[in-house]
Write a protein that binds this ligand. Sequence first.
Ligand SMILES: Nc1ncnc2c1ncn2[C@@H]1O[C@H](COP(=O)(O)OP(=O)(O)OP(=O)(O)O)[C@@H](O)[C@H]1O
Length: 253
Amino acid sequence: MLKINNLSKTFKLNTKQKKQLSKDYVYAINNINLALSGNQIVAMIGSNGAGKSTLMRLLTGTLLPSNGEILIDGINIFEDLNQARALIGLVSDNTQLYHRLTVRENLTFFAKLYNMKNSQIKSRIDQLSQTMKFNDFLDKRLSDCSTGMKQKANIARALIHQPKLLILDEPTSGLDLMSAQTALKIIEQQKNENCLVIFSTHHLHEVEMLADHIIAIEQGHCVFSGNQQDFISHHQGDTLYQAALNCAQQVIL
Ligand SMILES: Nc1ncnc2c1ncn2[C@@H]1O[C@H](COP(=O)(O)OP(=O)(O)OP(=O)(O)O)[C@@H](O)[C@H]1O
């Protein structure tokens, strides 16, 4: 479903950084190759600055690579961005909704951007509000919604066009326990919707709870791709926590 071939992304350094590091650019993503099938939940883990957000931005086509390609169902997202965007949903800090509009109006607005017909929009909003349980605030203005409600609406926005690839960058960041739990349950449901879900997190209990597959990124490299059990044994840990610590401490030459 998703193929990443020889993917790299460099960023130019500013004058001060150039002096400090004695180089002109930094590899945020360094020659990543991955193949992932659909109908599974993938957790992306890694230290601060490892390259997770950069990889997510590349996956959604919002950032262009310095080298390599990403294929979703055979579509090269950098060559055919419009077609690819119809297959992708993104939830991140930067995907904001309109505060003066209601949840329903927001979802309708974004659905129209995907050229959905009015009848399709209505039935999709009905479906999402039932499965994600937000009937009670569908007609509330975003500005009157709690942080948890807003995140639910944000996830619904990303799902409105039934994407095949759902990307969530730290989806529970800033949420209280109950709201985070709700967001995680919604993510879990997507496995039944013929969707490949990739979420980044620093919370290992979320990985334990949801992930069929783990991708570990360190210093721009993909240092592991496989299931939880293999991750733990590969990094000689008794627990996911210990394995993740060992993984983060490994030096990349
Ligand atoms: N626009 C940019 N210009 C220069 N360097 C950048 C830019 N964006 C990211 N970087 C650098 O690329 C590297 C990867 O950053 P990225 O934000 O992808 O890491 P991350 O794994 O998401 O980190 P965190 O867990 O802290 O969110 C870092 O060294 C960062 O400083």
